[in-house]
Each structure stands twice: as structure tokens, then as C-alpha cells.
Design a protein around this ligand. Structure first.
Ligand code: ATP
Length: 355
């Protein structure tokens, strides 16, 4: 059992509150991504779980044990930093085995565990090479090897792929996920990259100004964003917001955008008159000559397998992900339809979803 439970965690640096009332559970064997822009409190949250930062309030439990005020060395975790410093004068084998040597593990066992770890990471062929000549991806694998060789209860990773170039990152994202599928160690992974989080995590916590805006599976977060902030942060291009003012009764199944009536999922409560926003993902926008929601082509971006076409409607721009075959002329008039069951309705004032 290596569940991580965070309860009402808070961290203030003087007057500044970096993490506010955060509560979440990472189940045993689960991979959680803490996702958000720079400064939102991801690293501070991770450092508190690691025992590198003392919380101002709240509690942290590892496998049921309250570790809130325990030292980092008393917690059975491995922290993988972005710039994991390898020992440059040692070879790969010695680098991976070092944590075991420091723990006084017998030599024969170190050898066996280092070789098993290297096989797992597919670096067994470079075990006797010096680390100084290794490429970025291999260095990262050695760093990971050094973290997993100890078989800790859980892993904490802070942007471990931050310094790799785009091509390597993609490979490492796949490798990290495959490694997780093999060893099932409870993992908390900090990233500002939504694609990385979506590709790797079982659960994502989207953070904003020290607050967890939404906690859920990648699919829940993508399909049913709890706020305009989350909807905007996840997805590329992000969700479209079509703003309008209205009051809507419980049971309503359509919104009036200008003179067009747009179908949406049935409202489960009355919505007081105010500023609203209809949220629609680009892949749920289609063109239809018959639609009364009219616009004109504003631009397009060819992506090979598909294209992103931007349409100007009254009051804003809407992006549609469409098959790449057809090309559109700037200014060409089009009608828009949306996949009604995939729409979200937001209170544009608070930014919260209207459930
Ligand atoms: P980044 O990816 O840039 O590290 P982050 O989401 O991980 O962003 P944190 O590093 O957790 O953010 O920082 C959250 C906020 O807390 C930031 O505004 C940061 O300036 C502030 N902060 C972090 N550590 C300290 C500290 N020791 N003293 C004062 N303020 C701090």
C-alpha cells in the first residue's frame, strides 16, 4: 500500500499563499500529474509531500501514516529532479548502484538489482560506459534508474523532462508511461505541459493560483472541464467560448446566440440572467450551409491529418478541427453546427461550469 493522501494542505510564504486548502488522494500504483502554469504552486505541493518544505497547515499521509512533520529521509520516497546530477566520474553501473551502496546493501545484491533496473530501462548495454559521454535521453534513464533501484514506496518527479528537446521528450513520455505500467509505483509528476500530463497520468490535478481547480481522469478533465480556466488550459487549440447574455430556465435545451438557436444538453437548474459562455471543443464544430449560426472564414492552419479553420462570428472567433482535404477562402461565408451533447455551459463571470 503506497497511497498518498493530502488533506487541506496549505503553504504560506509570509503574506503570500502559495498553496491553499489542497485535498486529494493518489491511490496505490496511480500516476498523478500536478498540472498548471508557472507559479501556481505545483512544486511547493510536491516539496511538501517530499518533506522538503514544511506545510503551514493540513496533513500528508503516506500509506496511512501521518508524515506531515517527518523529515524527507524518513519518508520512503524517491524525488527525481529536473537537473538530476549524475556523478560524472562514475560509470552507469556505479551511478545506478550508488543509493544501494549508501544504504549498505551487499555487493552481490547491488549487482543483481542494478542489472535488473538497467534491463527495465533498456540501458543494460551501456552499464559500463562513463556517464559523461551519454546523450540526454540515456542520462535521464540513468537518473531514473538511480531512483527506482531503491524500490521506494512512491516517486515524486518535478518536470523531469524539462531540459530535453521536443523529440526526446516524446520518447521519454512514452518510456516513463511504459515503465509505470511495469512497476506500478505511486507517482506524483509535476508539469506545465498538458500534453505530457494527458499522455502519462491516470489522474490530473489542474492548479491555478495555489488552488486545485479540478481533479480527475484526463478524459473527465478534457470532456467535462469544471471551469473556463481548465477548459482553456487543456486541449490544443483550446476550447472555444461563445459568449452571450441570457437567463435560462431549468429544462432549457437551447441557447440563443444572436438570432440562431443552438441546441445544448438539457439544463438541470434555472440560470439567472447574466453573462454566459458556451464551450465547444474544435473537433465538435462542423460546417453546415443550413445552419442559422453564420460566420466567415478568418484563417486556416494545415496540420497534415487535419486542419484548424478559424471562423469569425458575431462576437468572436471559433476554431474548428476539420478534415484536411477541403480548402476554404478567407471571407467565405459558412454556417456552424456543434455536437450538442458535447457542449459545456459556463457562468462567464465566475468562470465555473453550470452543471
Ligand atoms: P514553476 O513551474 O515555475 O516552479 P510552480 O507551479 O511549481 O511553478 P511553485 O514553485 O510552487 O510554483 O511556486 C508557487 C509560488 O510560491 C510562486 O509564486 C513562488 O514565487 C512562491 N514561492 C515558492 N517558494 C518560495 C519561497 N521559498 N519563498 C517565497 N515564495 C516562494
Amino acid at each position: 500500500m503506497a497511497e498518498i493522501r493530502v488533506e487541506h494542505l496549505r503553504k504560506a510564504f509570509g503574506e503570500f499563499v502559495a498553496v491553499q486548502d489542497s485535498s486529494f488522494t493518489v491511490e496505490d500504483g496511480e500516476f498523478l500529474a500536478l498540472l498548471g502554469p508557472s507559479g501556481c504552486g505545483k512544486t511547493t505541493t510536491l516539496r511538501m509531500i517530499a518533506g522538503l518544505e514544511l506545510p503551514t497547515g493540513g496533513a500528508i499521509r503516506l500509506a496511512g501514516e501521518d508524515v506531515t512533520y517527518k523529515r524527507a529521509s524518513e519518508r520512503d520516497i524517491a524525488f527525481v529532479f529536473q537537473l538530476f546530477a549524475l556523478y560524472p566520474h562514475m560509470n552507469v553501473r556505479k551511478n545506478i548502484g550508488f543509493p544501494l551502496l549508501a544504504q549498505g546493501v551487499p555487493k552481490a545484491e547491488i549487482k543483481a538489482r542494478v542489472e535488473e533496473t538497467a534491463r527495465l530501462l533498456q540501458i543494460d548495454h551501456i552499464l559500463d560506459r562513463p556517464v559523461s559521454g551519454l546523450a540526454g535521453g540515456d542520462r535521464q534513464r540513468v537518473a531514473l534508474g538511480r531512483a527506482i533501484v531503491r524500490r521506494p514506496m512512491c516517486f515524486l518527479m518535478d518536470e523531469p523532462l524539462g531540459t530535453l528537446d521536443a523529440e526526446f521528450r516524446e520518447v521519454m513520455v512514452r518510456e516513463l508511461r511504459e515503465l509505470h505500467n511495469r512497476i506500478h509505483a505511486t507517482t506524483v509528476y509535476v508539469t506545465h505541459d498538458q500534453i505530457e500530463a494527458m499522455a502519462m497520468a491516470d489522474k490530473i490535478a489542474v492548479m491555478n493560483h495555489g488552488v486545485i481547480e479540478q481533479f480527475g481522469t484526463p478524459q473527465e478533465i478534457y470532456d467535462r472541464p469544471a471551469s473556463m480556466y481548465v477548459a482553456d488550459f487543456i486541449g490544443s487549440p483550446p476550447m472555444n467560448f461563445i459568449r452571450f447574455s441570457a437567463g435560462l430556465p431549468k429544462g432549457a435545451r437551447a441557447a440563443h446566440i444572436g438570432t440562431a438557436e443552438v441546441e445544448m444538453p438539457e439544463l438541470r437548474r434555472d440560470v439567472a440572467p447574466g453573462e454566459l459562455a458556451l464551450g465547444v471543443r474544435p473537433e465538435h464544430v462542423r460546417f453546415s450551409d443550413a445552419s442559422p449560426l453564420r460566420g466567415a472564414i478568418y484563417g486556416s492552419e494545415y496540420l497534415g491529418t487535419n486542419q484548424i479553420v478559424t471562423v469569425e462570428i458575431e462576437g468572436g472567433l471559433v476554431r474548428a478541427r476539420l478534415p484536411a482535404e477541403h480548402s476554404y477562402a478567407i471571407g467565405e461565408p459558412v454556417g456552424l453546427t456543434f455536437k450538442s451533447e458535447r457542449l459545456s455551459l459556463f457562468d462567464a463571470g465566475s468562470g465555473r461550469v453550470i452543471p
